[in-house]
Design a binder for this molecule. Sequence first.
Ligand code: A2P
Length: 352
Amino acid sequence: MSGLRGKRDPVVAIVGATGAVGREFLALFEERAFGHGELRLLASARSAGGEIAYRGRAHTVRALSREALEGVDLALFSAGGSVSREYAPIASEMGAVVVDNSSAFRMEPGVALVVPEVNGALLDGIGAGGAIIANPNCSTIILMLALHPLRERFGIERAIVSTYQAASGAGAAAMEELRSQTRTVLDGGAPEPKVFPEVCAFNVFSHNSKVDEATGRNVEEQKMIDEVRKIWGGDSVRISATCIRVPTLRAHCESVHVTLGNTAGVDEVRRALSDAPGLELVDDRAGNRFPTSLRASGRDAVLVGRVRVAGDAETDGAGRARSFELFIAGDQIRKGAALNAIQIGERLLGMA
Ligand code: A2P
């Protein structure tokens, strides 16, 4: 039984309230009429004393500290890994349930890594008192929404994913860098990269996370592999990822080649996807209308389309195959981060 279930007017803290995900938490609270008591907006000392408008009035931002976490029931952390590593254990020891958006605790054995539509049942076993629950990486969440219904219905043997990731994954400063670099290039200038290692405007480049010299994989690619395996509970799924940044603002796209455990027809695959929670099928072959980053931006649903038998698949006489290709687009700040964390909170509180 969750320590939060049925709690009326929980005290909620947002750690990283001034960031891209922090502000989305507030927008979603408002949109979803999320019921809470006192709300603490916490950020670095740089932002202390500033104000953020929420539900029609100005709320003052406070510096994150142990005292600021006293009496908090639910703490939503999105201030980066080092802040989480220092303060999430403190918040949980003080009795809060922490939903952490960073990668700091995702792979810790005792920490649940949750996409509510996939393994939300894990939350029902969270006991009273403090706890840390990890929000998966944004690319993992978006991928899992599309792959999980296929796994449930047909089994999955392997998946090969290529991402097209927006600037928002690197935070508000990265989004601003993309905007200002775009203006600079259009004005005929040559932008200097600051947040990203490469120029972001009008460019496509390998994900900015560190590359392991032995495997050649960057951290983002390894996260996707490890997190999918943890969420599904084992190494039996063979998964591979190539993570790329593109000059879009806030929705990630992913191209997926998936080999199912059993053969299926394309209409059966489409039906499994269109029936799945959190997904919306956008698959208009005649109109060449499919998921796009703009179509997914600001939306809760992850969009899936371009559903087709893979070009390298063996098909039987009835056109059934085991390998399919899909294209996915999901708002990185919403379902990839803030919405997923809020859905976790809602389930813990018994609202969902
Ligand atoms: P601040 O605005 O005061 O720097 P984003 O992911 O969009 O870059 O946002 C990061 C968030 O994490 C911001 O709200 C930022 O606050 C916050 N943050 C960064 N460093 C700290 C810190 N040491 N303590 C608390 N919050 C932090």
